[in-house]
Design a protein around this ligand. Structure first.
Ligand code: PLP
Length: 402
């Protein structure tokens, strides 16, 4: 099928929850590049929304999938499976965590974290209230849209879940202002991604850890987007010199295969008892094998160091380009999670990038979002920067005319 045919069938048979932001029908990917159904190629600096951290069809992931697909795809969690335990051990060995729970998406991982916090709150904590942040994003289930501090995701779906309240990023006083004796957790993203690429400060994160210790609260970090090497560390909390009680993962975890995980520290690792929570697909052999291959690549010598070097290179050049254009308000982010804020909508600039063969995204109206593959080369980064430079140039000329 060509692109037109695929798109026409999509509009006829698939419920349209994404709308006009989509224009490509993709059929093939390799490394940092994808091809559409008409044979055009694109440099993919959105990485399937941070899922293709290792680029498209990474050979180690493909190899692991092929081998596992020929051996055992699924058994359900009524039985044990080897890839799952190897993955759990690997994640524990490389983090603060004592134990893992596996599921299939970011929303589900957060749902698990919310349930775990509530059970902990009921049994050993003070209550079930959870503080999250304005501008956050935690997923699309009823509990996770409630946790998400953005009205636009919640309208049409009331009544929401009880017990959530919202404070502001990098504003400890706003957290203290909403905290009550009946709360059990504070949950947030270290980089608010969907909310516009806003990075938590060290003082804020350390302050929250202290607050959680003093008030007997769990610190839950949603690392669905920031985890798995995206920020230049395997997990973003490792930049901050603190240990959370729970983190949630998904996106890049299994190299493109749907998978989520909740990692629990010593305080909460044994709170769930048989029957409390479950997932039919969670941690099945196929997804676990893909994730194990992904984590192996990411924790191999020099991989994350190279991501940090690429990030430094990318940031320096983007900042230089941005300085030449008055409408760019700020460049911010961490590692390979980068936002370029304009003083108006970025929609046209994003579609201009696409016309020139570069896929980038948005984070809200005014922020262009870059999520390059962690495996991108300097040459690919240069290619992307040249497109961005040309697009900003054109954007400036056009805004000067109007
Ligand atoms: C993408 C994302 C989610 C939701 O993940 P899904 O797999 O779409 O359910 C939750 N939290 C953050 C921070 C995300 O970036």
């Amino acid at each position: 099928m060509n692109s037109k045919q695929i798109i026409r069938m999509n509009h006829k048979y698939v419920i349209d929850t994404y709308g006009k932001q989509r224009s490509l029908a993709l059929v093939k990917g390799k490394g940092s590049r994808v091809w559409d159904a008409d044979g055009n190629s694109y440099l993919d600096f959105l990485s399937g929304l941070a899922v293709n951290g290792l680029g498209h069809c990474h050979p180690k992931v493909v190899q692991a999938l092929k081998k596992q697909a020929e051996t055992l795809i699924h058994v359900s969690n009524l039985y044990y499976n080897e890839p799952q335990v190897l993955l759990a051990e690997r994640l524990v060995r490389n983090s603060f965590a004592s134990k893992c729970f596996f599921c299939n998406s970011g929303a589900e991982a957060n749902e698990g974290a919310i349930k775990l916090a509530r059970k902990w709150g009921h049994t050993v904590g003070n209550g079930i209230g959870i503080v999250t942040l304005k501008r956050s994003f935690h997923g699309r289930t009823i509990a996770t849209i409630t946790a998400t501090g953005q009205e636009k995701f919640q309208r049409n779906f009331h009544p929401l879940v009880e017990g959530f309240k919202y404070a502001a990023l990098n504003d400890l006083a706003s957290i203290e202002a909403v905290l009550e004796d009946t709360d059990c957790a504070i949950m947030f993203e270290l980089v608010q991604a969907e909310g516009g690429i806003h990075v938590a400060t060290g003082d804020f994160v350390k302050g929250i850890r202290k607050l959680c210790d003093e008030r007997n609260l769990l610190l839950i970090l949603d690392e669905v987007q920031t985890g798995m090497g995206r920020t230049g560390r395997l997990f973003a909390y490792q930049h901050y010199g603190i240990k959370p009680d729970i983190i949630t993962l998904a996106k890049s975890l299994a190299g493109g295969v749907p998978m989520g995980a909740m990692l629990a520290g010593p305080k909460v690792a044994d709170i769930f008892q048989p029957g409390d929570h479950a997932s039919t697909f969670g941690g099945n052999p196929l997804a676990s094998a893909a994730a194990l291959a992904t984590v192996s690549v990411m924790t191999a010598d020099g991989f994350l160091k190279n991501v940090r070097a690429l990030s430094k290179y990318l940031f320096a050049d983007i900042r230089k380009i941005a300085q030449r254009h008055g409408f760019v308000r700020e460049v911010r982010g961490l590692g390979m999670l980068i936002g370029i804020e304009f003083d108006g909508p970025v929609k046209n600039a994003v579609s201009d990038c696409l016309k020139r063969g570069l896929i980038v995204g948005t984070a809200g109206e005014n922020v262009m979002r870059l999520l390059p593959p962690l495996t991108a080369t300097k040459k690919e980064i240069d290619e992307a920067l040249a497109v961005i430079e040309a697009v900003l140039e054109k954007f400036e000329n056009e805004s000067a005319k109007t």
